[in-house]
Design a protein around this ligand. Structure first.
Ligand code: 56B
Length: 339
């Protein structure tokens, strides 16, 4: 099989050939203007400042936390919004992605070394059920897949990288692209690839967010000082497309919108599912270009990196904070281990 197009080129190819999802340039500009007004929010330090469950440190243990979390960072949506997995941790109830982080931190507090490869390489399904137990009657989705991925990934990390993700990062020689391809080459569950209009394409959503979270947890310094970090695209999940539609930067055909409003599921690799993910990647690339233009027009210099990672983080957090406003805009329901 020929090598898939890299994520950015895949996004562009999908956007140029999409039939049910469209980038709206007026909405792209309006979203760039919204972001321009909030420069303090989308900065690298926000990864720790805004999120109490993220590690405070920038050391090997923090990296191994990021690695386990991003290996399991997929598919948290529930059939009914009101019945979902919730993890209570230090007095706060967390759902979705944050329920995963809360469960990892709760396990560590309970003395379970969930971020140590020699532990999770041989973890049992019962132990995984206990670690990710919900405080409601709704369990975290795909718990058996999470067990498979944990033990398989732990074994590979032990065999190839001495049990520490830091060794994998160091092999990338401070290149974000090298690290991304080292991750997808070493760990099968990160191979987020599919076919569209006869071409092999890749979104590598979890591999890209793992590179981004590595950059963030190391605060862009030392082993995390990637000279090509801005080549990483937005992470094609099921939340950022929803906020892009809400902000008018992305549009769905009536037929697709009707399907999503009915709660119909899309399978991983379906044409419309690929169009939503690919157009989202390309849409955020255009928002970033437009934002850089606006800053230049204002005669200002960007303070620090302005890249698709920070825009993605900001949009994802914005979606979390505006969940109620977005009630009328559906997210697409795909059950898979890739996002
Ligand atoms: N595009 C994008 N997708 C992201 C994230 C994150 C978490 N990153 C945070 C951690 C550190 C940074 O500070 C980020 O704020 C999770 N996801 C995806 O969302 C979905 C979960 O959504 P919900 O069901 O509402 O919790 C699921 O597909 C998950 O894989 C992101 O940043 N960008």
């Amino acid at each position: 099989m020929e090598a898939p197009l890299p994520p950015r080129e895949s996004g562009r190819f999908v956007a140029e050939n999409s039939r049910d999802v469209f980038v709206d340039l007026g909405g792209v500009r309006r979203t760039a203007e919204l972001l321009l007004a909030a420069p303090s929010a989308w900065r690298l330090e926000s990864w720790k400042d805004l999120h109490q469950l993220n590690p405070r440190a920038a050391d090997e243990a923090a990296l191994n936390w990021v690695f386990v979390v991003d290996s399991l960072n997929f598919s948290f949506w529930s059939e009914q919004e009101e019945h979902k997995c919730v993890v209570r941790y230090r007095g706060t109830a967390y759902s979705g992605y944050w329920a995963l982080c809360a469960a990892v931190n709760r396990a560590l507090d309970e003395g379970i070394p969930i971020t140590t490869a020699s532990y999770y390489a041989t973890v049992s399904l019962d132990q995984v059920r206990n670690i990710f137990r919900s405080d409601t009657s709704v369990s975290m989705p795909l718990i058996e897949e999470r067990h498979q991925i944990l033990s398989g990934t732990g074994k590979i990390l032990l065999e190839k990288f001495g049990g520490s993700f830091l060794n994998c990062v160091r092999k990338s020689e401070k290149s974000a692209q090298k690290l991304m391809y080292l991750i997808v080459g070493s760990f099968p569950s990160y191979r987020d690839v599919t076919e569209f209009e006869g071409k092999n394409i890749s979104f590598y959503k979890r591999a890209q967010i793992l590179v981004a979270d590595t950059w963030s947890v190391l605060e862009g310094k030392g082993d995390g000082c990637f000279e090509d970090i801005s080549s990483i695209t937005m992470f094609a999940d099921y939340r950022v497309p929803q906020i892009l539609v809400y902000l008018g930067a992305l549009k769905y055909s009536d037929e697709l919108l009707k399907k999503l409003l009915k709660g119909e599921m899309l399978s991983y690799g379906d044409t419309q599912e690929v169009e939503i993910r690919g157009c989202s990647i390309w849409c955020v690339e255009l928002i970033r270009d437009c934002l850089l233009e606006l800053i230049k027009e204002k005669g200002e210099k960007p303070n620090g990196e302005i890249n698709s990672i920070l825009l993605d983080y900001y949009l994802w957090d914005y979606a979390r904070d505006h969940r109620d406003d977005m009630k009328g805009v559906p997210f697409h329901r795909t059950r898979c281990i890739y996002y």
